[in-house]
Design a protein around this ligand. Structure first.
Ligand code: ADP
Ligand code: MG
Length: 464
């Protein structure tokens, strides 16, 4: 073993890996288009793996199927969804429009979730506990490139004492496996797996790797289209969704989580067609609604949580919760009691304010949050929740961003992919497991966490 990674020279070694890492990135597709789609460049990536507390990693993996089951049950209860989002629906046209896509009676059909449970290592005394940032039940991406970053680290560190310390990440294989298993249950010779994508997507390489394997290695017929194309060309025939002469068995969304994705009325029509048809929607509108951040808050109530899971599971889940509040709630914080809004203004570093949105860069932190809290009306405040900030110890990380080696204290976020397949709402799952991970590390000065937004970089996990 030529390099000892417990000393400072480990970091010199990490920085020296930049040229090899760049070549590896191009070879294995750890790349993206630039925003104007004119060039292909490596994704920001770590050159020194995160040294994780093994128990924290184990706990995050084990809790993921429990979250899957919870959201499967929550999304099956339409009244609960309507009640939980009643006020958000009044002030948030996106939430309201999603509800409008639900048909009077939902057709009975199998359920498939492909998701990611994002947690941060929260320091609690001697322990490092995974605290959940959010569950992503829609368009959870970057699994394939994440597995490639892990292979890159294992390759670059093969002659070091870290060689045997990595957590192998098979997120790419797991995703393929999931589609193959789901296809056996749902697919048929005359049907297709439809990927609904953004035609201007810079993160296309992550998808192409999976698509190729599904088509070439497993013979699954696959079409891709935009929301607009499906809305304008799709139609219902005897309860089945047809598109370009083919029956759609599964519609898999890699877009559709943000209002800006619905550029034409046809985009909404696409959602309505899928909901009303036999096509399995990954995710369905009900699942997307259950994924609104407001439900993290609602499910943090002990009695409500126990309506969906047993006592043992409830305790496991509660260990991963931080505090949530509506802006108008009464809250006790650092020995003070008051309105959550006022407490967050007094302690801006302790909270983040989130709208019921997915897709990044929507949250308000620090002074921006205070400015919003001071101006939002009581009615407007219903579109947001306050969440306690998860606290972690910064650690040193070397990374390659836009061709430059950067060094400095960082935080990280471990997202464990989850898969859930059942024959229908309420049925026992045929598949409920974790399937690889995405590790996103970021400079401690950055509040947001998106890789494609330039806030964080791809990383992988090794033990301490
Ligand atoms: P999005 O749907 O935009 O991904 P998230 O809830 O994941 O929303 O928040 C985006 C990022 O903000 C996270 O990746 C994380 O870096 C940071 N963040 C969100 N909530 C918290 C929190 N409670 N504590 C610390 N950081 C947080
Ligand atoms: Mg997120």
């Amino acid at each position: 073993m030529s390099v000892s990674c417990t000393q400072d020279r480990c970091y010199e070694f990490a920085a020296s890996l930049a040229p090899a890492a760049t070549q590896f990135a191009y070879t294995h597709g750890i790349v993206r288009y630039t925003k104007d789609l004119s060039r292909v460049v490596p994704l920001p990536m770590s050159l020194s793996p995160w040294r994780a507390d093994p128990q924290m990693v184990k706990d995050t993996r084990e809790i993921t199927p429990v979250y899957n089951r919870l959201y499967a049950r929550v999304s099956a209860q339409r009244d609960f969804l309507a009640e939980g989002l009643a006020s958000a629906r009044k002030v948030d046209p996106f939430v309201a429009r999603l509800f409008d896509c639900l048909p009077e009676t939902l057709p009975e059909k199998p359920e498939l979730f492909i998701n990611r449970n994002d947690c941060m290592p929260h320091v609690e005394g001697e322990e490092v506990v995974p605290k959940q940032v959010e569950m992503n039940l829609m368009a959870a991406s970057l699994g394939v490139v994440s597995a490639s970053v892990n292979r890159m680290h294992r390759y670059l560190y093969a002659e070091t004492e870290l060689a045997d310390q990595f957590y192998v990440n098979n997120a790419g294989d797991d995703l393929v496996d999931t589609f193959v298993q789901a296809w056996k249950l749902i697919g048929s010779r005359d049907s297709v797996l439809l990927w609904i994508v953004d035609p201007g997507e810079p993160n296309i390489f992550d998808m192409r790797a999976t698509e190729t394997r599904l088509v070439v290695d497993h013979g699954i017929p696959l079409l891709r289209c935009s929301l607009d194309e499906l809305g304008s060309e799709g139609n219902l025939q005897n309860g089945d969704l047809h598109f370009r002469g083919r029956k759609v068995a599964i519609a898999y969304f890699r877009i559709g989580y943000a209002p800006t994705h619905y550029t034409t009325p046809n985009c909404w029509k696409a959602r309505e067609l899928i909901e009303a048809s036999s096509a399995v929607s990954v995710p369905s509108v009900s699942v997307q609604l259950a994924n609104m951040k407001k439900f993290q808050h609602i499910l943090a109530d002990p009695a409500t949580l126990r309506r969906f899971v047993d006592e043992r599971e409830a305790r496991q889940l509660e260990r991963t919760f931080v505090r949530f509040a509506r802006l108008e709630d009464e809250l006790e914080w650092r020995g003070q009691r008051g309105k959550a809004r006022d407490l967050a203004i007094a302690h801006p570093d302790d909270f983040v304010m989130k709208p019921h949105r997915e897709g990044g860069a929507n949250n308000f932190f620090g002074p921006d949050m205070v400015a919003q809290l001071k101006t939002l009306s009581v009615e407007e405040s219903e579109a947001f929740i306050l969440m306690e900030m998860i606290r972690q110890e910064p650690f040193r990380s070397i990374r390659l961003v836009n061709g430059q080696v950067e060094d400095g204290p960082c935080f990280t976020e471990l997202g464990v992919f989850g898969v859930y397949l059942s024959a229908g709402p309420g049925a026992e799952p045929l598949l409920n497991r974790e399937g690889g991970y995405l590790l996103r590390t970021k400079d401690q000065a950055n509040k947001e966490g998106l890789v494609l937004g330039g806030f964080s970089f791809m990383d992988s996990v090794a033990t301490l």
